[in-house]
Design a protein around this ligand. Sequence first.
Ligand SMILES: O=C(O)CCC(=O)C(=O)O
Ligand SMILES: [Fe+2]
Length: 334
Amino acid sequence: MSKKRSLDSFFTPTSRKKVCLTVEAAPSEVNPVYTSSTEVSNHKTYPFPIPRLPPNIIEQLNEVPASQGNEINDQPDLDLLYFQPYIPPTTERELFEFLRNALFFYRVQYTIKRYGNETRINTPRFTTVYGVDTSSTFTPDGALIDSQTSKPVLPDRYKTCTPRPIPHCLDYLRQLTEIFTGATYNFCLVNYYANGADSISYHSDDERFLGPNPSIASFSLGATRDFCMKHKPIPPKDGEPPPEQNSKPPLKLPLASGDMVLMRGKTQANWLHSIPKRKGKGSEGGRINITFRKGVEKYSTQNYYQYNVGDGGVWKWDARKGEMKEWVKAREES
Ligand SMILES: O=C(O)CCC(=O)C(=O)O
Ligand SMILES: [Fe+2]
C-alpha cells in the first residue's frame, strides 16, 4: 500500500486542520500491528485479539479535531487546552461502543501501608494500559527491544510486568494526537467508569517518571462526567509568612463524549484533578477515558502496569447483558 501523504506533512501543533488521510495512508502503517491478520491486533500478552478500527471510523477520525481548542490558563500554573469536542459528533458514539466491546479491562486491588496498618484498596473503576517507556521499543512483530542497542530486552528490566503494545484502535488515535498536540506519547491508559459510582479521586500525574511539565492528552467517550481541578496547597517556606492560597472554587469541566483536555506545562506540578462520584441524573451511563502520556524512565512501565493491570482477572463488556463480566477463556472458546 502506498502512502498518499506523509504524516509529517500534517504536523502543525495544536492547530485545527482537516486531515484527509485515506485509509491507505493511515498511521497504522507507521506502527504496524503485531499480528498476521489484518482484522485484529494480537500479542502474546493480550487475553484475546483486539479488532482494528473499522475503515468508516478511521475516515471520520481523519476530521479531528472537530473544534478549535480553548485555552484555559487564567489561574496560576494552569495550562489546559480544552476541545469540545475533539472527536467528531458523527463518530463519538460509534467509537465508544467499538472500544467498550473491543478492549479488556481489570479491576485492580492493591495494598498500601497507612500509619503502619495495611489497607486493601479497590480501584473504583475498570482500567487497562498499553505501551512501554522510552528505554524500550516494540518491533513490528511485537518483540521488545532496547531503544538504543536494538537488542532484546532482558527479563530483569521489567521484573513485575510484561509490557503490551498499543493496539491499532488506540494507536491510531495516539498518532493523530501526536500530530495535533506536538508532543509524543508512549503509554495509553484507559479507564472505564461503569456508572456514577465509579470515580477517580483527586491526584496529579506528576510522577518523576513522566519528566518535567508533561503533556497528557485525555479523551472522554460516553456519559458526561465532571472533571474537577483544584490548585495544590502551597507549602509554607522556612522563616516566611504562610503563603497566600488559591481561594477560587475548584474548576469543573463537564466532559462530554468526544471532548479532549490537553493538560500541559506546570499543570501536573501544581494542580490536582478528579472525576467525583455522581448520583441521580446522568449517573447511569458508562464512560471511557483514554489518556496518552510519555514515560521516560523504566519505572513508569512497572508503575502503570501494577496499578492498571495488576494481577486479578480480565473483565470484558457483555453486550447482551449490558454490563462488564469477568472474562473466562474457556467460556469464549466453547
Ligand atoms: O477519567 C478522567 O477523565 C481522568 C482520568 C485520570 O485522571 C487518570 O487516569 O489519571
Ligand atoms: Fe490523572
